[in-house]
Structures are given as C-alpha cells and as structure tokens.
Design a protein around this ligand. Structure first.
Ligand code: PLP
Length: 377
C-alpha cells in the first residue's frame, strides 16, 4: 500500500516513536503528578522532559507556558475561545481550517465578535497590506495558518508580525511544525497552536500550544490536576491552569520519540526530502493534460500538500479508484470549505496528495502510473 495522507496524520511513525510508547506502556504506566510512587514520578518525568524539549524546539522561553492538549483543534479552541470577548474584532484569512473558523463563528453567534476575513488569491497569496488596512481600534488578534492543508502555501510570519504591531498573533502551525522551522521569538508569535501527530511524529490524540508571557486565556476545562488537592478552586498557575484530568502520557512519550527522530535525522533533511517529493509530484503531474493542479508550487516554501482534480471526474471517484489500488489519499474539502471557495473547488473539493518523509520515489512512480490510468478513463 502507498500512504499519501500525511497531512491528516503521519504514517508510518518512526521506530523511535514506537519504542518510546512501548517503553512507557510496558515499564512506566503510572498516572503523572497524582501519586507519590516511583511509577507516577517516572510518568511525570516523561512529561517534564517532553515539555522542556518541545519548548526548546520552538525557541520558547518558559516550558511552563507549553500546554499539552488533545489535538491541534483543542489548542486553537483554547486560544480563540479563551481570548476573545464581546466587541472584540479578529482578523483571519480565507485559507483557514474549520478548527479556526468554527470557534470564531461560535463566538460571532454567541458574543457578537466581529470577524474580518482577508481573501487570499487562488494561488494562496495573502496581501499583507490588507491585513494592515483591516486593523481597527478593537482588533484583538490575527489568527492565521502557517501552512495550508489544502494547497500547501506557507505564510511569512515575520513580515505579518511587523504590520500588526501589538495585536495578538495566533498561529495554526499544524501543517508545518516539525518539518519547517518555527521560532516563537523570531516569528513574533504570541500563541502557537499545533498537532503533535503530523510532522512531530507523535501518536494521534496529542496536540500542544505555547502561550507567550503576559497573555491570559480563560480556561475551558476544570478538574483534577494532581496539584492543590486541598482546594475546590482550579489552580491558576501554568501549565495546570489549562491541563486537567489524566493526560495522554503515552502520547507525550511518543512525542519524545518523534523529537528524537527529528534530532537524529535533522529537520533540514526532513524538509529537503519533503520538498523533493513535492517537486517530483508537481513536475510529473503538470505533464498530464487533464489534471488541474491548484495553488502555486514554484519556489520551495510550500509544505508537501498538493491539491488536484482530473477534468470531468469527481474527487471522490478519483479517490475511490486510487483506494482500489491501495493508494491512500484524502478527497473532498479537507475541513476547509473557505479555502476551496478561494481556489474555486467548492463544493466538490479536490484530491489531496500529501507525501511524508518515509514516502519512497517508487511509491510516487506507482502513484503516477495509476493516476495516468485514471486520467485516461
Ligand atoms: C491547518 C490545520 N489546522 C488544524 C488542524 C486540526 O488539527 P487536529 O486534527 O490535530 O485537531 C489541521 C488538521 O488537519 C490542519 O491541517
């Protein structure tokens, strides 16, 4: 089988990921921060180490400000719902995932917040001057995705930071973190939200966020933290303020494995390999008469997410044919209806090809061969 759906979650996972989970489940297994016994302390140490390493990885200043969540969606919900209040204005773009748009729409309906959507071009280009022009007195935040999960375009965070002054910059880095450099300081990010199961190579069910010092978010969940057990009030110190209930410690252990793999392989090499695969796919598919490729794939800043359609075929038909040959891609709207309105593929969507570090050139050759057959009809 050939797996080309790494934008949804990376597969296979590196051996390191499997090893760390295996060790945790077999030999540690305690509930962290709850009990005083050795296994509970070992579990807490696993989390501490992952928090430290991940904070360093994004050049955060304080590991207590790194919060583990269930996924990228939960991180974005906490950032958006925890920050915005009545009468706030927020700026976003037409390439956002529903994990951004749905919490924003909820707040619009519930609290009357005002949303300005900056329309990107069909190629995914964002007019940064338009962001500047959209800023108002009550603008609280800009929410933007770093890499598009539909057309792979990345946005220049540093340039964007410069035009928004002290407005809070919330970045959805689900598609970039791990493979593309992200630096909280250099990129001027205030809240970074991401999944840990894509290019960080952790297990599903784990996400994280980094909240810059000075930013207060209203927590969305309350309960047991293992700390301050004498109090019926939820703790207001980090990370406990935003992390409650038994954490996904096996997932956090898997993240340590993912980070070890990235360190061993080199982030640059991972990025380079992904770019090679993207370039190969785009170059070859451009030679097909009846394949439409979306976005702009010149340059080497895109993530390896390629959306296409075959003329006169529905994406679902193409996905069905590929699946029959054990080639696994994603078809449809990829949880981003606005992005498809932007590129002109709403409501049918596209066929999305997303290779990963472990994709081989021969997998791509086989994929192209099958695509040729499907395109011929
Ligand atoms: C750009 C983007 N944002 C948010 C998400 C949601 O992440 P998760 O599936 O970890 O909740 C995804 C997942 O595909 C994504 O690609």
């Amino acid at each position: 089988m050939i797996y080309l759906d790494n934008a949804a979650t990376s597969f296979p996972k590196p051996e390191e990921t499997i090893e760390y989970v295996n060790t945790f489940i077999r030999s540690i297994g305690g509930n962290p921060g709850r009990s005083g016994h050795t296994l509970s302390i070992e579990a807490a140490r696993t989390i501490f180490e992952a928090r430290e390493k991940l904070t360093q990885f994004i050049n955060g200043k304080d590991s207590e400000r790194l919060i583990f969540t269930q996924n990228g969606t939960e991180s974005l919900n906490l950032a958006i719902l925890g920050l915005l209040q009545e009468k706030d204005h927020v700026i976003t773009t037409s390439l956002e995932h529903n994990s951004v748009m749905r919490p924003l729409m909820f707040l619009k309906n519930e609290k009357g917040i005002e949303i300005s959507v900056i329309h990107c071009t069909r190629e995914g280009k964002l007019d940064i001057k338009q962001i500047k022009r959209s800023v108002k007195k009550n603008t609280k935040a800009l929410v933007i995705n770093h890499g598009s999960n539909v057309i792979g375009t990345t946005q220049p965070l540093g340039e964007i930071r410069q035009v928004i002054n002290d407005i809070i910059l919330i970045v959805d880095a689900c598609q970039t973190i791990g493979a593309y450099p992200i630096d909280i300081e250099k990129d001027g990010i205030d809240i970074l939200c991401f999944s840990c199961h894509k290019s960080l190579y952790g297990m599903q069910g784990l996400g994280a966020m980094y909240i810059r010092d000075g930013i207060e978010l209203k927590p969305l969940k309350f309960g047991g933290t293992g700390s301050k057990s004498e109090s019926i009030e939820h703790p207001d110190f980090l990370p406990d303020k935003y992390e409650c209930g038994t954490p996904n410690t096996p997932g956090i252990a898997s993240l340590l494995g993912g980070l070890a793999f990235i360190e061993k392989t080199g982030q640059k090499n991972i990025m380079q390999r992904k770019n090679e695969l993207r370039t190969l796919i785009v170059q070859e598919l451009s030679k097909f008469d009846n394949v439409i490729l979306y976005g702009n794939h010149t340059g080497n800043t895109n993530v390896p997410v390629i959306s296409l359609n075959i003329k006169n075929k529905l994406p679902s038909e193409v996905g069905y044919e590929l699946n029959k040959k054990e080639i696994y891609v994603r078809v449809g709207l990829h949880c981003s209806p606005m992005a498809h309105k932007t590129i002109g593929t709403f409501p049918e969507g596209t066929v999305r090809i997303s290779p990963g570090y472990f994709t081989k050139n021969e997998d791509i050759c086989r994929f192209l061969e099958v695509m040729r057959e499907i395109a011929k009809g």
